[in-house]
Design a protein around this ligand. Structure first.
Ligand code: C2E
Ligand code: CA
Ligand code: CA
Ligand code: CA
Length: 276
């Protein structure tokens, strides 16, 4: 029982217990979330920074549990990664995004987030190829977002997997750039189409923080010289938009341009943007 402990333990043990219990309960619920139909995707617009034209969408996973309600991916994705549940969930995300986007009949690009665990599996290339073949989505319409952390692990499996994915004609973007691993070596040998600049730098820059401005400038220069685009993430205000545009970011994404949308609303936006 929990009432035996005295002193300092009394103050924080119940909290720790709650956190562990919550994790355990969420993990069990996560195991059946896909098959119970509790998952769906939202699509957030990505636009050209200079023209405001829609260039595509990022697919973002949503989980609505019948009892717990909406659970944030910031909470359940790391849990799914630790519990080794991210591969099957990620495969569902990939197939669903390809199926849904293929039915839009407009050439909007779809970006899908991929966890390191998925890229450390040589079979992932076949999973991507199958998602494309079964949906009929053209490979150039699919973009996979990977984070720097994928390059942290020993061995080259992920690098080879990324190469084979590029060979399929699928694009890659580097997500949350600057928030993790700092070696730049992999940028020279993996062909990314774009680098996504984390919201923390966007916020910093628009507040006039010199370091944030310097970092965005450097990333844009680096991306330019490597023939890559830059996407500023989490742009919430006109001021932030002006700032990242002035710093040379080619694309922008954030609440200022649109929240993540349910699939039908995203489709309508894509149709409208293509003049349909
Ligand atoms: P992320 O890949 O960096 O995705 C961008 C996050 O920023 C999303 O949060 C999005 O809703 C949010 N966001 C977009 N615009 C704004 C803005 O203007 N202001 C602010 N404050 N936030 C903005 P979300 O949907 O909660 O996802 C959180 C994270 O969960 C994602 O970060 C990604 O790392 C992960 N995630 C989401 N879906 C998937 C998925 O299908 N697979 C994997 N492996 N991870 C996913
Ligand atoms: Ca992302
Ligand atoms: Ca990001
Ligand atoms: Ca992220």
């Amino acid at each position: 029982s929990k009432d035996a402990g005295g002193g300092v333990f009394h103050a924080y043990e119940p909290q720790l217990h709650m956190a562990a219990e919550e994790r355990r309960v969420l993990e069990i619920a996560l195991r059946s979330a896909v098959e119970q139909g509790e998952m769906h995707l939202n699509y957030q617009p990505v636009v050209n920074a200079a023209t405001g034209q829609l260039t595509g969408f990022e697919a973002l996973l949503r989980w609505t549990h019948p009892e717990f309600g909406n659970v944030s991916p910031a909470k359940f994705v790391p849990l799914a990664e630790e519990a080794r549940l991210i591969a099957p969930i990620g495969e569902w995300v990939l197939r669903t995004a390809c199926d849904e986007a293929a039915r839009w009949d407009v050439p909007a690009r779809i970006a899908v987030n991929v966890s390191p665990e998925q890229l450390h599996n040589p079979a992932f290339v076949g999973i991507v190829a199958q998602a494309l073949a079964q949906s009929g989505l053209l490979p150039e319409r699919l973009e996979l977002e990977v984070t720097e952390s994928v390059f942290m692990r020993e061995g080259t499996v992920a690098v080879e997997v990324l190469e084979k994915i590029l060979d399929l004609g699928v694009r890659l973007s580097l997500d949350d750039f600057g928030t993790g691993y700092s070696s730049l070596g992999y940028l020279a040998h993996t062909r990314f189409s774009s680098i996504k600049i984390d919201r923390s730098f966007v916020q910093g820059a628009s507040k006039g923080t010199k370091e944030a401005i310097a970092i965005i400038r450097a990333v844009v220069a680096l991306a330019d010289s490597l023939g890559m685009a830059t996407t500023a993430e989490g742009v919430e205000t006109e001021e932030e938009h002006q700032m990242v545009q002035a710093l040379g970011c080619s694309k922008v994404q954030g609440y200022y341009f649109g929240r993540p949308l349910p699939v039908l609303e995203a489709r309508a936006l894509a149709m409208h943007a293509s003049g349909g």
